[in-house]
Design a protein around this ligand. Sequence first.
Ligand code: ADP
Length: 198
Amino acid sequence: MRSENISFHGGKVSRNERFSVLGQKGVAAWMTGLSASGKSTIAVETEKVLIGMGKAVYRLDGDNLRHGLNSDLGFSEKDRFENIRRAAEVCALFVDAGFIVLASFISPLASMRSMAKEKIGDGFIEVYVKADPETCEKRDPKGLYKKARAGEIPNFTGVTAPYEVPRSPALVLDTEEHSIDECVRILVDKILQLSALK
Ligand code: ADP
């Protein structure tokens, strides 16, 4: 039940003060794309590169969050919205703290991504991790497409559930055109620009 006796307790430190302690601005690279498009692979490598540069960075991964915070949620549209709502709230806290967040969530509907954008605010960028459905199905590193085709996974994005391609993402990582390393370099460059303190 929603509590009525709560109010917002402000602190004595501004967001900019937190940013200057870390020497960077908070940024959320919200990575959307089909299963097997490359979100997690690119996020893992990007995290390593940024950590190597001394950046404060954290990876939020849809599958990982479903083991903990979101372990009570399934894949109905309602649960998927709730999954993204919680993920976006967590992401917003990290960005407010000054972290660079690599958020890999299929987030198949445009309305889910705009909810995340609204919650996170400044620092949010939509990154479309692009690969054709056929390519993703061929890659199928976790055998999920195979299971979905066999009817073992209901509501599987790209097979039995829709994916709305982003209309104007801040960045497109075309994983069929660029290697993993190239995608990482493009993403790192963008993040470094956005997280730089003026
Ligand atoms: P997702 O997190 O989007 O479900 P994964 O990162 O788990 O996808 O899987 C993507 C698969 O595609 C991996 O097996 C990866 O090695 C392969 N792959 C091939 N080319 C690329 C690329 N350019 N960028 C990212 N992944 C790629």
